[in-house]
Design a protein around this ligand. Structure first.
Ligand SMILES: Cc1cc2nc3c(=O)[nH]c(=O)nc-3n(C[C@H](O)[C@H](O)[C@H](O)COP(=O)(O)OP(=O)(O)OC[C@H]3O[C@@H](n4cnc5c(N)ncnc54)[C@H](O)[C@@H]3O)c2cc1C
Length: 454
């Protein structure tokens, strides 16, 4: 490949992988273009706190331009990338194209509904700021609707929250919704007791956090139950409609269903024209390039990259960050005619949080849970957040929430949209059964059971 004196490097996606790669080029003599459909970098690990009224979107998002302000040869472009043409060295956007000498693709993942895309409307997933605001609107809106509802069965449906998926995101959501219902909002309503809410976590596999050691899974499950969450393992969701969800033979009226069960790689992968794994991720070479194109690299959630033992690396921020650093260094080596060692992920462990003060941590050489794990979680997340302002605001809001037990961001934005489809469907569902505690409602176990679990 004939490379110009000042090579053109293009990074698609300014998430963890793309942004950390861009920052690693700070002093390099090259033209760097960073393309993202948003003008901000999003700290996804704290999205659940936006969804559950703990933080505001701007606390966990940071303008890409501001991050790269000091890199004078870096251009930021806000655009949606539609396809990559590796043979032409060209990135196709909705409005134009950009040519490259080296390309890094880091467009991440989106939700997967395992072939049931129709479930998305009723059960939003958590991947973007818009998703988080939608979920927040539905959760807070459900309490508002319950407060106005005089029919017992309908109120029960408004106060039923089902979280599908027992991975870290499902646990974060379930724990935070339970804390909202059973602790934070207890004094806020006059007609309902928010503690009457039912929070169900549904997991198709035999245990929550299946990628963690069994002991930590058990601790996480017991912490969830301690918070009042009903945990259903070995239970698959078979249908989701506005206002109800079916698990096996059981149909449960629930106005709020949240999806935390699966992700699929960004569709940009298909345009690369290279082999994908069963999940649709790009099978990369040991140096993270794609077969036949040593100048094109795929990193982060979009890449199917194996660890030293031949197992695929998980979709974690730490993996994307290390790959971003590696690829930047590797490109700089290539520009100087040098080779690089294959990429090697250094696993520093994983953390999962289940409500305030409850965290399980697996640092491989040792495991921990409880208060110290929680302090570690706080420190790691504050350290990784981009921008002093964000760190300061998040620390302030967490401290405030701890002292006052009040959420930091509990306003409903665009309340007219609040679960309107779910509202109609819940009413239809209840109307079918005449408003009386139906077979469905009985199958729920009723309020007393939820109260007993608390
Ligand atoms: C709710 C949630 C909680 C999580 N919690 C943790 C955690 O606690 N710890 C952890 O390690 N990991 C966590 N993760 C996973 C972690 O966030 C991801 O592994 C990581 O973000 C992957 O980085 P990435 O660079 O591959 O993609 P992303 O960070 O997703 O970035 C992709 C970027 O590409 C842009 N983009 C996508 N498509 C296009 C397009 N067509 N055109 C232009 N731009 C595009 C997006 O706007 C985005 O900025 C969590 C993820 C979620 C969703």
């Amino acid at each position: 490949m004939a490379v110009r004196e000042c090579p053109r490097i293009v990074i698609v996606g300014a998430g963890f992988g793309g942004l950390y790669a861009a920052r690693a080029f700070t002093h390099a003599p090259l033209q760097l273009t960073v393309i993202d459909r948003h003008n901000y970098h999003l700290f996804q690990p704290l999205l659940y706190q936006v969804a559950t009224a703990g933080l505001s979107p701007s606390d966990i998002a940071y303008p890409i331009r501001s991050v790269l302000r000091k890199q004078r040869t870096t251009r930021v472009v806000q655009a949606q990338v539609l396809a990559i043409k590796p043979h032409e060295h060209r990135v196709m956007m909705t409005d134009g194209a950009v040519d490259y000498d080296y390309l890094i693709v880091a467009t991440g993942a989106r939700h997967s509904y395992f072939g049931h895309s129709e479930w998305e409307k009723s059960a939003p997933g958590l991947k973007s700021v818009t998703d988080a605001l939608t979920i927040r609107r539905r959760i807070l809106g459900a309490f508002e609707q319950a407060e106005r509802e005089s029919d017992e069965a309908r109120r029960r449906a408004w106060l039923t929250f089902v979280i599908v998926g027992g991975g870290p995101t499902g646990l974060e959501l379930a724990g935070a919704v339970a804390e909202l219902a059973f602790k934070v909002m207890v004094q806020d309503f006059r007609r309902i007791d928010s503690r009457e809410a039912r929070v169900l976590l549904v997991q198709a596999m035999p245990r929550v956090l299946p990628t963690y050691p069994e002991a930590l899974s058990a601790e996480a499950e017991s912490a969830l139950r301690g918070l009042g969450v009903e945990v259903r393992t070995n239970t698959a969701v078979t249908a989701i409609h506005p206002g109800w969800v079916t698990m096996g033979e059981q149909r449960i009226p629930a106005a709020t269903v949240l999806w935390a069960a699966g992700v699929a790689p960004s569709p940009v992968a298909h345009s690369l024209g290279v082999p994908l794994d069963h999940a649709g991720r790009v099978l990369v070479e040991p140096d993270l390039s794609i077969p036949g194109h040593p100048e094109v690299f795929v990193i982060g959630d979009l890449a199917a990259c194996m660890d030293q033992t031949g197992h695929p690396l998980p979709g974690l921020a730490a993996v994307a960050v290390q790959q971003g650093h590696y690829v930047a260094r590797h490109i700089l080596n290539l520009m100087q005619g040098r080779s690089s060692d294959p990429f090697r992920y250094v696993d520093k462990g994983t953390l999962a949080t289940i409500g305030r003060g409850r965290v399980v941590a697996d640092f491989r050489v040792f495991r921990m849970s409880g208060f110290w794990a929680w302090l570690t979680w706080l420190a790691v997340h504050l350290f990784l957040l981009i921008g002093f302002r964000n760190r300061f605001l998040v620390l302030f809001k967490w401290t405030w929430a701890l002292m006052t037990s009040q959420p930091g961001a509990s306003i409903i934005i665009d309340g007219t949209e609040t679960s309107s489809a779910a509202d109609t469907a819940v009413k239809e569902e209840i109307a079918k059964t005449g408003g009386a505690p139906s077979a469905v409602a009985r199958a729920q176990g009723g309020m007393s059971k939820a109260a007993a679990l608390r």
